[in-house]
Design a protein around this ligand. Structure first.
Ligand code: ADP
Length: 637
């Protein structure tokens, strides 16, 4: 017996002990796997004509035995060899190197109803153990001579032995658990129960799902039947296709119930939650096509990892020709799942010719517009749902703006939401402008770790005090996105921690110049002390309560520097830091006095402390925390 990897075992325990309560989905999971295995063989057949793998050959067969308490799901797909059995069924979530630590966290959240643990890990196959006390997999890989049997009770481990099986494909045999006081498993061992599950969860699987069904027919009328003959009936068995297979994307939205879309989405795209939005398009004309798109209600765990692959399923006349056609969807809408079907596309379309396929480009263009308008309508008509969507996928939209150097502004800018310091909620850039009124000249934003903390910084407060709203940006991509956009509706986007905000009056500026002229010695002494750490010391026109603050001149902001320094290949990009001094603050008088008295030590020590404080307020690390602590202690003594 081979043991399950520890992490698999823990996850199995969690699952079997029913963190996930909807055990009905086990059949959908097995059928989806069977359908995937059939797809794989079908794809192979596109290049290898010796393989016969049309839709009618690749049936998925369901059988049950009430006495023996077994359900068997069979496919005639690609099958697995011994190594694949070991790798695919011996470890949960083998495909990603997720640590179990995260799954425990997830389990904790799941208990609180926040996330869906099974969905996160794609432990589809293991859901069989929610209803089965034993699972046996007999499989033969396509092209191989040897079949194998994998067997497990889902507790400690599993065995793999050689087996006999004529054709390629996989049989999954579940031994259904006995009923308990609380749970009735017998319902799965009936024709009605299984048919119901198939229709409910797997209706649109593109391969016929076949099962032997009991039917009733009238017995032939005996020749000697008298006038009072009453027709007699008999039962017989016949194999039926249970799923409808009619492509749901061909049907008009008005004819399809949302639940049907939801079930199709979940079974086709392996998600455990209903989609947030369903978009259906039917185009006729120069090029005819049907499109069915879904916006998931939560981000897949790997959305922001480089392994994530975007793309829509591409069909030509109901035949799947590509599982993830990237060309159909822009990167910033990479979370959208769905199907595109067009009889006008050539069947032997290849990866290379795709990019230059003008029909495909036309469809992609339409899809982008459709997604955009759907999102805009959600933004305007269901703000709560939109905020949730944005929490999940907003980062990708912002990244799209940054990656296109602002080029996709027309599509993306008005889909963005930012936290308004003034209104204390998420708002669009348009709403910022509306609130600011006609006199608005710029859109102000601040970037940092948390809205709470940002809202308290002297720089943000000084702008708020002047009556302007400030958008508080807390995602690493925000500052980059804002500077890539440069402006919105002709109003420049300004980082409040940047140089000239255009908020000070002429009087303010004149007063600042006067102070600068009068204190030339002090400022150069401070600059000398700080050296390369800053580019200059200036009199601030914005500070009210705080003695100093840090800002940045030029294209790289302090926040960008912070984000870039965390990247593995950061090339030490630095912002050009400016120390702004508040001339109205009592500390400034202290500095002036020390300078006048020629007390260089004091000027130096205070300059260091003030600079470190400015860093702390900005959430930036200070170079020498020990020296800072000692300097402050010295003052306190
Ligand atoms: P997922 O389907 O999300 O990858 P599963 O736990 O359901 O996760 O399955 C794990 C892997 O086992 C699949 O990715 C597939 O490679 C393999 N597998 C499962 N069922 C079958 C099947 N019927 N035929 C061939 N391979 C299968």
């Amino acid at each position: 017996m081979r043991k399950f990897k520890t992490e698999s075992k823990k996850l199995l325990d969690l699952m079997i002990n029913s963190i996930y309560t909807n055990r009905d989905i086990f059949l959908r999971e097995l059928i989806s796997n069977a359908s995937d295995a059939s797809d794989k063989l079908h794809f192979k057949s596109l290049t290898d004509t010796s393989i016969k793998a049309g839709r009618d050959d690749l049936t998925i067969d369901i059988a049950f035995d009430h006495e023996a308490r077994t359900i068997t799901v069979s496919d005639h797909g690609i099958g697995m060899d011994k190594d694949e059995l070991e790798k695919n069924l011996g470890t949960i979530a083998h495909s990603d190197s997720m640590e179990f630590k995260r799954s425990e966290e997830a389990a904790e959240q799941e208990k609180q109803g926040d996330v869906d643990i099974i969905g996160q890990f794609g432990v589809g196959f293991y859901s069989a153990f929610m209803v089965a006390s034993k699972v046996c997999v007999v499989t033969k890989a396509y092209g191989s001579d040897q079949a194998y049997r994998w067997e497990s009770d889902g507790v400690e481990g599993y065995t793999i032995t050689e087996a006999d099986k004529k054709d390629n494909g996989t049989d999954i045999i579940l031994t259904i658990k006995p009923n308990t006081d609380d749970d009735n498993y017998d319902e799965y061992l009936t024709e009605y129960g299984l048919k119901d599950l198939i229709k409910r969860y797997s209706n649109y699987v593109r391969y016929p799902i076949k099962m032997e069904c009991t039917k009733s027919r009238q017995k032939p009328k005996p020749e000697d039947a008298g006038d009072d003959y009453k027709p007699e009936y008999e039962e017989y068995k016949e194999i039926d296709t249970i799923n409808s297979m009619t492509p749901i994307w061909k049907r008009r939205k008005s004819d399809v119930k949302q639940e049907e879309y939801n079930e199709f989405y979940k079974s086709e795209f392996h998600d455990y939650s209903d989609p947030a939005r369903t978009i259906s398009v039917h185009a006729e004309g120069a090029i005819a096509y049907d499109v069915l798109l879904f916006i998931p209600s939560r981000a897949p765990y790997d959305l922001y990892s480089k392994d994530y692959k975007k793309g829509l399923e591409l069909y030509s006349s109901n035949v799947l020709i590509m599982e993830k056609c990237e060309e159909l969807i822009p990167d910033y809408f990479n979370f959208v799942r769905g199907v595109v079907d067009s009889q006008d596309l050539s069947l032997n379309i290849s990866r290379e010719t795709l990019q230059h396929n003008s029909q495909l480009q036309a469809i992609a263009h339409k899809i982008e517009k459709k997604i955009k308008s759907d999102l805009a309508s959600m933004r305007d008509n269901d703000r709560e749902a939109y905020e949730k969507f944005f929490e999940n996928f907003g980062r990708g939209l912002k990244y799209g703006l940054y990656a296109s150097y602002g080029g996709r502004k027309d599509v993306l800018a008005d889909l963005l939401l930012f936290y308004s310091a003034k209104q204390k909620k998420m708002i669009t850039l348009d709403e910022y402008l509306k609130d600011a009124g006609d006199s608005c000249e710029s859109i102000y934003y601040a970037a940092g770790d948390s809205t709470d903390r940002l809202g308290k910084t002297p720089i943000v407060k000084s702008v708020l005090d002047k009556g302007h709203d400030v958008l508080l940006c807390t995602q690493d991509v925000d500052d980059f996105c804002m500077s890539a956009m440069r402006d919105y509706s002709d109003k420049p986007l300004k980082n409040v921690a940047g140089g000239d905000l255009g908020l000070e009056s002429d009087d303010d500026k004149a007063a600042a110049k006067e102070v600068t002229d009068q204190n030339g010695d002090l400022f150069s002494a401070m600059k000398d002390k700080l050296g390369d750490r800053i580019s200059k010391v200036v009199v601030s026109t914005r500070l009210t309560d705080a003695p100093v603050c840090l800002t940045a001149e030029g294209p790289v902001s302090l926040e960008m520097e912070k984000v870039m320094s965390q990247m593995p290949d950061s090339q030490g990009v630095k912002s050009s830091r400016v120390l702004e001094v508040n001339a109205k603050h009592p500390i400034f008088k202290t500095l002036q006095d020390a300078q006048k008295a020629g007390d260089k030590d004091k000027v130096d020590a205070y300059t260091d402390i003030l600079y470190d404080q400015a860093l702390l307020v900005e959430g930036l690390p200070i170079d020498d925390p020990v020296a800072y602590a000692q300097a402050v202690c010295k003052l306190m003594k």
